[in-house]
Design a binder for this molecule. Sequence first.
Ligand code: TA6
Length: 289
Amino acid sequence: MPDSVAAAQAGVRPELWRGQEALRLTTAQGDTALVTLQGAQVLSWVAGGRERLYLSPEAVADGQTAIRGGIPLCFPQFNQRGPLPKHGFARNLPWEADAPEQDAKGRTLQRLRLADSPRSWAWWPETFVAELTLTLGDGELQVVLAVENPGATPWEFTTALHSYLRVEDVASAQVHGLDGCARWDAVTDQRLVQPGPVGFAGEYDSVFQAPPSRHLWLQDGIHRLDIHQSDSLPQAVVWNPGAALCSRLADLPPEGWRQMLCVEAAAIDAPVCLGPGERWTGWQHLRVA
Ligand code: TA6
């Protein structure tokens, strides 16, 4: 394809995902990402002609129920570690999209924003602005979360970029880079140290201290995905429901667990405290090796 034609297709255009407002990001070489306004949730990332994220075919698309798959954002609470609904409410609310941009490297960039409103006050009284910036380049996707406190009193949050990575077969997938890292096994409630790569044979749900390099990689057969995360996200969560839990999750097909593996960048163990006027950022970067 001539460069001029390819470049003309790069950018962002609106699209509907099962009736829900979404944006399709495209690079000059034809990689794409799809993000819904609900939750600023990336639902698809196609790099090199291959889908890299898992989206459940049974995901609910009603504009407010958490969408099963892609990259949900857990904010301002991770899981049930607090009084809010599980994983907070940012994934349930509609976000606003800014005009798309290109960065200095020619990558496609899209910002989405969520500010406190009567809907968020129903769960959480705080004044906040959350901004999610997606940067799509050839073979890479970066997700940056920025959180600001424009109010007059300090507050705390926990968060995760809860990425559902697509795998051919989770039984033969491995997550590398966590050797020697402290691990809390949420299934058995044990504190352990990880020996070697992480493999999967049944339900798996663990919170790791991320390694100092903040670099993990997923090996899925011959496919490798490099995963970096910011120092401000000091935990990595690895989750696969396995067959039994999967069969109890109405929005996953019975065999869905085989094709998904969540590798999440998170700030969980020590909540982030933001004083008036303060801003925090955290990111996860995915790159096809
Ligand atoms: O991050 C892992 C986890 O907290 C698991 O414990 C599991 O519950 C998962 O998230 C999915 O949560 P959800 O609310 O989206 O069903």
